[in-house]
Design a protein around this ligand. Structure first.
Ligand code: AMP
Ligand code: MN
Ligand code: MN
Ligand code: MN
Length: 287
């Protein structure tokens, strides 16, 4: 069995269609895949059609944008019922905030001499949830920088002209939308947050208190040291352990799909909940 419980499609800022992502995951030997697009579940229906043909277990997922204590945190929801009202309403609101932010990013970049960035990013996004990645891709086409990571570094992060701070969902609301949808809330890519150990532990305490259940212990680019650190925290806080590549498509110079280290065997994997069928799998509404 091979698991990847954090991936993106072109319903948000991934480059592959849901169908192509599922096919690639299958080819990479993944047997259980979660699609976790930013603040949207629109890719899931198409993905389920091919997952069924390939006999791959597809977990309905999402990655919610959260503001916690002046820090942006991403919370993955696994095995959600996408038809659940609170998460539907929550994602509508988050997409409204994304649209407002995108317009402001465009205005701010225009002041720095980059005209039409909003229109450019919007046309790359199409019907997808608009993200900073779409701005980055557009700015690369305009020759602003050689690649997407350089655009982020020079234009799209805090302190740079295309950065616009936004108040996303609260941690409490995001976790509650997920749990009300029958899902499991997971702290995404914990090694990436630039907060100290003490604040990180405060985050875990709040997360637990609101009903959060898991943490990604193995991610793409997590070092051995990170894996040890987050394994310990998952044990100390009784959080289930998840594995996710955060794959966005073959353009990434690291290809996470199917290539992640295995979870240390002293941890309880989040999929123990799927296997024991202690929870209902929300994968039947598309069949
Ligand atoms: P947003 O949620 O719209 O603020 O965009 C966040 C997304 O941008 C993340 O999910 C990543 O896919 C991408 N991203 C953030 N930082 C970087 C970076 N330094 N290089 C490349 N992609 C990045
Ligand atoms: Mn992304
Ligand atoms: Mn993320
Ligand atoms: Mn992600």
């Amino acid at each position: 069995m091979s698991y990847d419980l954090h991936t993106h499609t072109n319903a948000s800022d991934g480059t592959l269609t849901p169908e192509a992502l599922v096919q690639q995951a299958h080819d990479a030997g993944i047997t259980t895949l979660a699609i976790t697009d930013h603040d949207t579940t629109t890719g899931l229906e198409e993905a389920h059609r091919i997952a069924k043909q390939l006999n791959l277990r597809l977990i309905n997922g999402i990655e919610l944008s959260v503001s916690w204590s002046q820090t942006v945190i991403h919370i993955v929801g696994l095995n959600i019922d996408p038809g659940s009202l609170p998460i539907q309403q929550g994602t509508i609101e988050l997409n409204r905030l994304r649209e407002i932010r995108a317009i402001k990013i465009g205005e701010s970049l225009a002041k720095s001499g980059f005209e039409n960035a909003y229109t450019g990013a919007k046309s790359l996004a199409g019907d997808a949830t608009i993200t900073r990645s779409h701005f980055a891709q557009y700015l690369v086409t305009q020759g602003c920088a050689k690649n997407v990571s350089k655009v982020f570094k020079h234009y799209l992060v805090r302190g740079k002209p295309g950065y616009v701070a936004t108040q996303w969902a609260s941690l409490e609301n995001a976790v509650s939308w997920i749990t009300q949808a029958g899902g499991i809330a997971v702290i995404a890519h914990p090694h990436r947050y630039k907060i100290g150990n003490k604040r990180f532990q405060n985050l875990l305490e709040d997360f637990k208190q609101y009903g959060g259940q898991a943490i990604e212990v193995v991610c793409s680019n997590s070092s051995q040291k990170d894996i040890v650190k987050f394994s310990r925290l998952s044990q100390r806080y009784h959080l289930l352990a998840s594995v996710g590549s955060d794959y966005h498509g073959p353009h990434q110079n690291w290809n996470g799909l199917g290539k992640l280290p295995v979870l240390p065997n002293n941890l309880t994997p989040v999929w123990s909940l799927f296997q024991d069928q202690t929870i209902q799998l929300h994968d039947d509404q598309y069949h």
